[in-house]
Design a protein around this ligand. Sequence first.
Ligand code: SF4
Length: 368
Amino acid sequence: MKTNWIKRKKTKTIYVGNVPVGGNNPISVQSMTNTDTCDVVSTMNQINDLKKAGADIVRVSVPGFDEAKAFKEIKNAVNIPLVADIHFDYKIALEVADTADCLRINPGNIGKEDRVQEVINAALDNNIPIRVGVNAGSLEKDLQKKYGEPNADALVESALRHVEILDKYNFENYKMSLKASNIEMTVEAYRKISKVIDQPLHLGITEAGSYRAGTVKSSIGVGMLLTEGIGDTIRISLASDPIDEIKIGWDILKSLNIRSRGVKIVACPSCSRQNFNVIKVVNDLEQRLEDISDDIEVAIIGCYVNGPGESKAADIGLTGASPSNLLYIDGSPNKKIKNDNLVDELEKQVRIKIEDNRIKSDKIILRS
Ligand code: SF4
């Protein structure tokens, strides 16, 4: 797998709990809970589901002091770094600073410098980072007036005001995001800020939209920046189940060969030459293998036009043929399989291959 085709900007490393963000560290995948934070059990369950789906970090909204109390309970019950999302009232940030792994503040609504200074002091006391999250939808009033409407320069100016405050207090332990719901504005803003600061950047197209439209928009916007080497952590904002945000985030990283997790399925779109129902097999298999986090590539190709080439390049490959399809393992033909029980057989082979890979890597670790 080609993994070094992107020249990533080397940013400073900060730690959100035990997850390093920036530098040469893997680009982390985040999402945000959408449960009522005061409903501790539901929020905890959603966080655990997000972790299972591959989240490295989860953000939780803390709009008031009741939620701050709940946040502490939740944090004690889960095993993944949590970012406390704070807007308007800096005192809530002070309240959760002893528990949170990161404090997200919004320059557009957190208030004047003395309030930011108190948040910085709380972060210093607890040795946690801050995420400065600039958002086109909530820019400071004077910037809205100055620029007329949100644009990349307005986002950058808002960010730099806060950088100035953070610099004044020698606080370097922060990451930055400059999000808009518009790709051009977001990309331009991130390109600009990336030239000015060395702190890690948290990428996202905010309020990107529905599952389908938001996925396309986010993949283009976040994908553009990632291919330019910009970005250290991502959140795909979708009006959908937060689990989808994690899955899409991973799919973006996998598509760019930046990071791998779970099964990567290569499949042909199918046509009248197909010797089995490619779409059904792919969907069924993808669902059955959702629990797998090991890195493995599976090719499902409907006929001999592209089948052998793709099957040889994957860990497990299936090339459609009549009367039997041909299964490849590690690039070599392995056995013929009929259309009945195709998904059962593929699932079995993938699980065997994963077990083999695990045994092999355990042996390497034991030897070294
Ligand atoms: S690989 Fe074969 S079945 Fe699949 S789209 Fe191409 S020609 Fe059609």
